[in-house]
Design a protein around this ligand. Structure first.
Ligand SMILES: [Zn+2]
Length: 170
């Protein structure tokens, strides 16, 4: 099983960029009293951002919260994100017939795709391999809180109706 990492997530699920503080050791140009004149270089990071810091979303400024291990139960890792089997569609019918393809859209923010706009590598086979050959057709992403349908060339966002969402999320 993949190693579970703690991760900050924006409550609005904007994306994966945050502001927080790190401690950096700098070299300064100073006067004879030690007063700062100029920062000449950053020498090293003495302390990376940690869990006790406040992390704010780089997009909406909302304070981010830390995902705990229990959020990841039963999840598998793919490309730095965690997914969990969510729903089985009617496997015996082709996707076109039941109109599933009308209910998907590209998620260019997450960007698992083979296309030019893709931000993260993606293959259908790789995704299912990571899932341990899951029987599910639709997966929820722990970090984004959205559900996804693995397509041939990209990981589609799957659009649920209000009723479906209510029925599945308890
Ligand atoms: Zn945000």
């Amino acid at each position: 099983m993949a190693e579970i990492r703690k991760r900050f997530v924006c409550s609005n699920r904007c994306g994966d960029e945050f502001f927080t503080t790190a401690h950096v050791v700098e070299e300064w140009k100073v006067d004879g009293l030690g007063n700062w004149i100029e920062t000449t270089q950053a020498l090293e990071t003495s302390q990376k951002p940690n869990d006790e810091n406040i992390w704010t979303c780089a997009k909406c400024n909302e304070e981010a919260f830390l995902f705990e291990d229990s959020y990841y139960e039963g999840a598998f890792e793919y490309g730095g994100y965690y997914f969990r089997g969510y729903k089985v569609l009617l496997k015996t019918l082709t996707r076109e017939i039941i109109g599933i393809m009308n209910r998907v859209r590209s998620d260019i923010i997450l960007g698992f795709s083979k296309y030019e706009w893709g931000k993260r590598g993606y293959t259908y086979e790789g995704f299912y391999a990571a899932s341990g050959k899951s029987d599910y057709d639709v997966f929820e992403c722990i970090e984004t809180g959205k559900v996804y349908l693995p397509g041939e060339n990209e990981l589609f966002e799957y659009i649920e109706t209000q009723e479906e969402r209510r029925a599945t999320v308890q």
